[in-house]
Unconditional design. Structure first.
Length: 295
């Protein structure tokens, strides 16, 4: 059974590599996938990651204070959640506590690196095997044998990264208020988009619209049929779109440039052109742009 392990940053990568070996020791039949270790040189890494996502039954995102808001972690987490049932995706909190999670990652049931929660994680993985050889009792026995090694190696990795303590960060009142304000704004923006989608049946020629209009739903449906989940995640990150008779322009915010770059890959762009042609009934030029904000 494939287990997709996502990471970003030095500490996160170190723990991902430790976890990769440890999971194989505890449950010998699982196949943990870590991109830094398992992609052969010369392989088209983006396609390789997509293929392994499609094969994975469980997803683990190695989170640290440093990477929890990094674009790649958020991008890959979104792709994992599309490919794997939400109940089988867990953020692994390395030097964080559950209270530190916010935004998209807060929707998942997190796991802290404690003996009780790691045991619960491996038993949960065992239930996905449908293999009578790996009962909860046998998994717990293997866990007890290999847990000290894992705990020691992770502790050393955290210490080397400069994080001696893994105590949860207690957010200040200001941080909590800022998150509440951001959540309120998001709800208001979502309500506005819903009103727009109700009043506009589809794309309006020559007009800038939300990328969540019905025509985008058809495009996403076409991409899902082709199992292009990473491309879907990039498309959903767009901030605006405009269509004319000959051109579809998709715009991304500056902080979402990595999504634009993902979509601009020739293989992804080719698939997107084909799907858009099916939806619109004609070929159009696709332009990808980055918004320029004035301050």
């Amino acid at each position: 059974m494939k287990i997709f392990i996502s990471w970003s940053g030095e500490l996160s990568q170190s723990v991902a590599m430790i976890l990769r070996v440890w999971l194989k020791n505890v449950i010998q039949v699982v196949d943990p996938y870590v991109s830094s270790e398992d992609i052969e040189k010369g392989t088209r890494w983006f396609a390789e990651i997509g293929r392994n996502l499609e094969e994975a039954k469980v997803g683990i995102v190695c989170l640290t204070r440093e990477n929890m808001t990094k674009p790649w972690v958020l991008f890959e987490s979104g792709a994992i959640s599309r490919s794997i049932e939400r109940s089988r995706v867990t953020p692994l909190l390395i030097d964080l506590g559950p209270a530190d999670l916010s935004g998209p990652l807060a929707q998942f049931q997190a796991t802290t690196i404690t003996k009780a929660e790691m045991l619960r994680l491996v038993k949960s993985i065992g239930t996905q095997l449908n293999d009578d050889r790996f009962t909860p009792v046998l998994i717990e026995s293997a866990f007890q044998k290999w847990w000290p090694d894992f705990q020691s190696q992770v502790t050393d990795a955290v210490r080397l990264a400069g994080s001696v303590r893994r105590q949860p960060h207690v957010r200040s009142d200001r941080e909590v208020l800022e998150e509440l304000l951001e959540t309120t704004r998001s709800i208001a923006q979502h309500a506005t988009r819903q009103r727009e989608e109700t009043s506009v049946p589809g794309f309006v020629t020559g007009r800038t619209v939300s990328p969540r209009q019905p025509v985008f739903a058809e495009i996403i449906s076409g991409l899902e049929k082709r199992r292009r989940r990473l491309l879907i995640a990039a498309l959903e990150a767009a901030s605006a779109a405009e269509i004319t008779d000959e051109t579809l322009t998709i715009t991304f915010d500056a902080e979402s440039k990595h999504y634009r770059d993902t979509m601009a890959r020739e293989d992804n762009l080719r698939v997107l052109r084909d799907v858009v042609a099916e939806v619109l009934g004609k070929q159009v030029e696709i332009r990808l742009s980055i918004s320029r904000k004035l301050f």
